[in-house]
Design a protein around this ligand. Sequence first.
Ligand code: FAD
Ligand code: UDP
Length: 383
Amino acid sequence: MTDKHRIAIVGAGLSGAVIGRELALAGHQVEIFDTRSHVAGNCYTERDAETGVMVHIYGPHIFHTDDGEVWDYVNRFQRFMPYTHRVKTTSGGQVYSMPVNLHTINQFFGKTMRPDEARTFVETLADRSISEPATFEEQALSFVGEALFKAFFDGYTQKQWGCPSSALPASILKRLPLRFNYDDNYFFHKYQGMPETGYTEMVARILDCDGVTVHLDTRFERAMAEGFDHVFYSGPLDGYYDYEFGRLGYRTLDFERFSHDGDYQGCAVMNYGDLAEPQTRITEHKHFSPWEKHQGSVLYRETSRACGPDDIPYYPIRLVEEQALLEQYVARARNEAAVTFVGRLGTYRYLDMDVTIREALDTARLYLATKADGSAMRAFLHA
Ligand code: FAD
Ligand code: UDP
């Protein structure tokens, strides 16, 4: 490296922490700002005062990845305990296994089919008139047919996204597998686990590095960029431009906390497929730490709604109107020579933690490769 840069990083979540550490290790001076009073962004965890249970304050977070480098990276800062995410769903007065697998199919149709029989059976249910599914609804109908779609996807999706599943892109459903065996692991990645003492401690350790200073309870305003050679911004893209072209649509979540003596639901996450049930899911946090023992239990009843100006943005909606607005912001952002937009809010995408870390590592490396010899690094936003 030729000289020491003053770097501002907006957001002390995974994006900000990883970029900050990597640039500080390379000798730059890094200042990280977060409006919140804590580090770790949305994967923040803390112990519940009443029960002692480790709680995922902004919703359930399970670490899963195929990326060996990212897995090694997080394991340097936390011991990851064995954890396999298994989700149940309540629909029409029964409890089923998710994602839809042979158990779900046999139970739902009252059958005892073997894998090949179930595959053939589901093929007869699937709507074969849809050759290129464009919407969530078309994807589901061509995938599993109407009965399974209504029971497990339609109600949940309407509650989660606040619109009919015919208005949503097929890509949302493509995240979920359909299995013709009894594998009920929610994920299909090579590595999966839970940080032994929580994500907050993991992020705090990433940030514990010479050359990194963290300013909590501090909003970064655009004017503050002037004092820095480069800014990495993991806040909302539209917020950086004071919502000049309008607000990008988000869903926000409400978590209603309640406690219970003992085991309330017997699993970490119970989804609710029926529209008549207001919640999308209930999370029982102690099941995320099966190696700990707690008599008391803390639960979050989760509901979703449109995100207002004072709410926390959770899920980017990315419908047609948002796409047009997004293009305006992206065009503006690409012209910034000294600001790089990163992370789930800065690039307005749903990003899992492992992808967030992968992109943060790549971003830091690109910066070091281009800035070290004095060449300019223009802002880049992932497609
Ligand atoms: P964030 O964690 O959002 O951090 C951004 C930070 O920037 C925030 O702390 C914010 O306060 C701060 N900030 C914003 N604007 C400013 C400003 N102007 N000045 C100062 N600070 C500012 N991923 C998984 O891999 N597994 C899961 O099971 C999983 N579950 C999820 C469940 C939910 C409900 C949600 C919403 C996400 C889930 N994710 C999961 C995704 C995960 O939360 C993200 O990958 C991760 O949080 C992205 O990190 P980030 O640093 O980009 O953003
Ligand atoms: N989904 C559903 N029923 C379920 C679980 C998920 O219809 O029981 C749909 C829903 O639209 C959701 C999408 O599948 O947004 C992706 O599910 P995932 O569990 O990946 O959601 P996330 O982790 O984003 O909450």
